[in-house]
Design a protein around this ligand. Structure first.
Ligand code: BGC
Length: 749
């Protein structure tokens, strides 16, 4: 038996160890300090105060008189939900009437596009295409910034391993490595090279922290989690976002081990502000300060204010808790004004950085707004990103793409003609006229084919007559494209589902269509992994298209007719049944692993279900095939200062040009803690022409071998490691191994 040489010492202690400090501009710091000296306590607290401003401009303005007075008095630091160059200007003019003329920050949930709607974040994660993801964030930022917005409440970087949780749609899925790379891409996409450009907005890494681990997948529940799990799985994307320069963080609605995240000084002060040396500011979630009273963690609003400011929540979103209580708390000596000053400085800093003191209306240019919102490139990009987000789950006998010009295609299903669904939750642009439905996309692209249509009912219900009509249409066609899935209101915030199978009578509809004997191509739409075993077994082809935004129909049509060869890979495991949840690929081994022997008893298995997911993390097909060969490791042993290069040959063995996402997984054989059976450590998306081969390489360094040990120290332990290269987490094509010979490789992460 191999005996691991254990680590003897770790060099770096937990506290104070990490992070590149975000650099601050001394000129701005100076300006902030000078301004702070001129501010009254009430004005300072005003900066920590954020209100929603829906309908506060235009005809409804009169209703918001109190709010206007607060702004004019300098008691508001930021507004959310006021948008548009004209409206933000109107509200900013109110702030310019205040004594110190401190400009407001305008914020909004620009989650997947502003005017042009991009795919939901989980769908984009399926592209594994960091450039595309960055581009999507950049274009969303450009549109929003042209419309007066300074700050988006995105990206959501919560790891989510429970598809019952409706907000899984807003993140990048289950994996900390993929999640971290995507977090960086999104932050850089939103913020550009530096803040202050009129095509960039501040990003928010949310929800800090562990919100995605909501117990039983029910939104807003408490989270109990080991420290190790927190550091190993849930914090890395936040750390990556902070390192990428995310200007702000948002705390979360959940408790973490009994303490609400909003009042959690371990999270906000110890980890974020001290250990990570984070210089941005933390906004609460919507009244999450006030909710600490409902949790039973604060006696009343005043106690909640005390706990939140002490813990490090800098800005109060829509709760009025700071505004109403902090003055008294300071006067009573319960809150040291230095805490308030620290929060105010963080907020003023970004206002200077954005250039708002020089020109508070910098983002309120109506002419630019018109130009940017009407830029045709936005829609072109939305189509490209949507194509990349589609995952081909099944394609029996090459049902797809449809290449026969004389075919009759039946478009059936409750989601064929809907537009609003394509925009999903967190849709800013409520005008759905520009959205391309699947019907529009397919009929627009079908030049010579005949297209028939039947709805087959709604997502929630199909009558016998609707099913019969759909069957009659299918009978007249050569091939059926059947849309199934969720409607848009079934995923998103507060949209947890206890049952993630297809709602309504959709399985019945599928069965009826299937019985016609026509090939059935299922286009499955939803904001989360859904369970559809029978359809997975029986359909001829399945495209998982999530919610793809403005260009949904065109992107799906591009894939259906072979104009685009799908290359998406699942960023999250799809369970076979609800009882498997939480299911994720990077589980640890057990002392009694089930290895698909016939007898299941006394092994880690279910007596009534497989262990494997229906579709694994990293899985996704192409119209072509790829072969992996010739793996080589540059050496068999490394030490801490070293790296190993793994090379292999990737060949397109099929007829279509296509992209493959080659994935590198590692396993640490024996360690001071039980380690996962495999962990994603790198990936490359490679385009290959038919017959073409490329040599691909991955560099493995100590960073990729490291993990948080029991003492939460980041480092790599000596011993053997398995190298796995594959097309999916359950489709490993090449293997190797090497030994890390150092006794100790602990280092600063
Ligand atoms: C959500 C946040 C969002 C905020 C503002 C909250 O309910 O949890 O993610 O940014 O509302 O709309």
């Amino acid at each position: 038996m191999f005996v691991r040489r254990f680590i003897l010492i770790f060099l770096i202690a937990l506290i104070g160890s990490m992070a590149k400090a975000q650099k601050q501009d001394p000129t701005i710091v100076n300006k902030v300090n000078l301004l702070l000296k001129r501010m009254t306590l009430e004005e300072k607290i005003g900066q920590l105060n954020q209100y929603t401003g829906k309908a506060m401009t235009g005809p409804a303005t009169a209703k918001k008189n109190d709010l206007q007075t607060e702004i004019k008095n300098g008691w508001v630091g930021s507004m959310l939900n006021v948008k548009g160059a004209k409206n933000t200007r109107e509200v900013q003019e109110m702030a310019m009437q205040s004594r110190l003329k401190i400009p407001l920050l305008f914020s909004l949930d620009v989650i997947h596009g502003y005017q042009t709607t991009f795919p939901i974040p989980l769908a984009e994660a399926a592209s594994w295409d960091l450039d595309a993801i960055k581009l999507s964030a950049h274009l969303a930022a450009r549109e929003a910034a042209a419309s007066g917005i300074h700050w988006t409440f995105a990206p959501m970087v919560d790891i989510a391993r429970d598809p019952r949780w409706g907000r899984i749609m807003e993140g990048a899925g289950e994996d900390p490595y993929l999640g971290s790379r995507i977090a960086e891409a999104r932050v850089k996409g939103f913020q550009g090279e530096h803040l202050g450009g009129t095509d960039a907005v501040m990003a928010t890494a949310k929800h800090f922290a562990a919100y995605g681990a909501a117990t039983a997948g029910r939104d807003y529940t408490g989270v109990e989690m080991s420290e190790h799990e927190l550091w190993q799985t849930y914090l890395p994307p936040f750390k990556a976002a902070a390192n990428a320069g995310a200007a702000t963080f948002m705390n979360s609605f959940n408790t973490l081990n009994g303490i609400p995240a909003t009042g959690n000084s371990y999270l906000l002060r110890d980890i974020l502000k001290k250990q990570w040396n984070y210089r941005g500011f933390v906004v609460s979630d919507w009244n999450s300060i006030g909710e600490m009273v409902i949790w039973g963690y604060a006696q009343n609003a005043k106690d909640a204010a005390l706990k939140a400011i002490t813990a490090g929540s800098d800005m109060d979103m829509e709760g009025s808790i700071y505004r109403k209580n902090l003055v008294a708390l300071v006067n009573e000596g319960k809150v040291n004004v230095a805490l308030i000053d620290d929060a105010v400085k963080r907020i003023l800093y970004v206002k200077y950085e954005l250039g708002l003191f020089d020109d508070p209306y910098k983002f309120c240019d109506e002419a630019r707004e018109q130009k940017v919102l009407n830029d045709p490139n936005n829609v072109i990009a939305a189509r490209t990103v949507a194509e990349k987000s589609i995952v081909l789950l099944k394609n029996e006998q090459q049902t797809l793409p449809l290449t026969n010009p004389k075919q009759t295609i039946a478009l059936i299903g409750p989601l064929v003609k809907t537009k609003r669904d394509m925009a999903a939750a967190w849709n800013v642009n409520m005008d759905t006229t520009a959205i391309v439905s699947l019907y529009d996309g397919i009929t627009g692209a079908a030049k010579t084919q005949k297209v028939l249509y039947a709805s087959g009912g709604s997502v929630q219900h199909s009558s016998d007559q609707e099913i019969a009509e759909a069957v009659a249409v299918a009978a007249k066609a050569d091939v059926v494209i059947l849309t199934l899935g969720e409607s848009y209101e079934m995923s998103g915030e507060s949209k947890s589902r206890a049952n993630i199978e297809l709602p309504g009578d959709q399985v019945k509809l599928f069965n009826a269509i299937q019985q016609t004997g026509k090939p059935v191509i299922v286009v499955m739409m939803g904001g989360r992994p859904l369970i559809f075993n029978q359809i997975a077994d029986q359909a001829s082809a399945i495209l998982y298209t999530w919610w793809l935004g403005t260009e949904a129909g065109n992107a799906i049509a591009d894939v259906v007719f072979g104009k685009y060869n799908p290359a998406g890979k699942l960023p999250v495991s799809f369970p076979r049944s609800m009882g498997q949840i939480p299911i994720f690929y990077s589980q640890t081994n057990t002392g009694r692993p089930y290895t698909n022997q016939k007898a299941k008893l006394y092994l880690s298995s279910y007596i009534d279900e497989e262990n494997t997911p229906r579709y694994a993390f990293g899985y996704g097909l192409s119209y072509t095939n790829f072969s992996y060969s010739d793996i080589q490791l540059s050496k068999n042993t490394i030490n801490a200062a070293d790296s190993i290069t793994v090379t292999f040959k990737l060949t397109n063995t099929g007829k279509y040009a296509g992209e493959e996402v080659a994935q590198l997984y590692l396993r640490d054989d024996v360690a001071s803690m039980v380690r996962p059976v495999k962990e994603l450590k790198d990936f490359k998306k490679v385009m290959l022409q038919p017959g073409e081969s490329k040599t691909i390489s991955f560099v493995i360094n100590k960073e990729k071998l490291s993990f948080y040990n029991q003492k939460l120290v980041w480092g790599a332990e000596a011993g053997t490691f398995q190298v796995m290269i594959g097309s999916a987490s359950d489709d490993i094509r090449l293997k190797g191994s090497f030994e890390l010979i150092d006794q100790l490789t602990s280092h600063n992460k």
